[in-house]
Design a protein around this ligand. Structure first.
Ligand code: S3P
Length: 169
């Protein structure tokens, strides 16, 4: 089985993919980690030194590489991965996609302490983060909603969310 977790930054893709990997006995892959290893640089440095367009091309190349060359896995994407080019279409052709839906207060509380390692929000003032996320999510939701399965993650323990996903498969 190829399972792909997607959703906005801070929705819990990594933590939930860990729990799912245990429940389903599948290998876990994180697309951001894969990109960082391949490039030998952090995501923040790739954005800083090469720019976002370079990052998006690299992200799509790595996504295709994993979807085509790996047999079975749980893959957690970056928040923007499904929102560029034909990525969402390809994800749905080659895997079972799961959208982890989080509301704005949940995202703000998780992202505030972690802004620095995320180039798209690193320079947004704390008091403007909720408004930024609201607008950004509005642009991206259309892509996220194309996932085959959608699960709400607000105020739920990670294992409960993982169990809900397993039941929906
Ligand atoms: C991004 C999300 C990040 C990372 C990059 C861009 C985005 O991943 O891929 O900073 O466009 O939303 P996480 O969702 O794991 O933070």
């Amino acid at each position: 089985m190829k399972l792909v977790l997607l959703g906005y930054m801070g929705c819990g893709k990594s933590a939930i993919s860990n729990a799912l990997a245990n429940s389903l006995n599948l290998k876990r892959i994180d697309l951001d980690d894969y990109i960082e290893t391949k490039e030998g640089k952090t995501i923040a440095d790739i954005f800083k030194e090469n720019g976002e367009i370079y990052f998006r091309k690299l992200e799509t190349t790595c996504l295709l590489e994993l979807l085509d060359n790996e047999e079975a896995f749980i893959l957690s994407l970056g928040g923007g991965t499904p929102c560029f080019g034909k990525n969402m279409e390809i994800i749905n052709q080659k895997s079972i996609s799961v959208y982890l839906s989080a509301n704005i207060p949940t995202l703000v509380s998780r992202l505030l302490p972690e802004k620095a390692k995320r180039p798209l929000i690193a320079r947004i003032a704390d008091e403007e983060l909720a408004e930024f996320i609201g607008k950004h999510l509005f642009e991206r939701r259309h892509f996220y909603l194309q996932a085959k399965i959608a699960v709400s993650v607000d105020d739920k323990p990670v294992q409960t969310i993982a169990n809900e996903i397993v039941s929906a498969l």
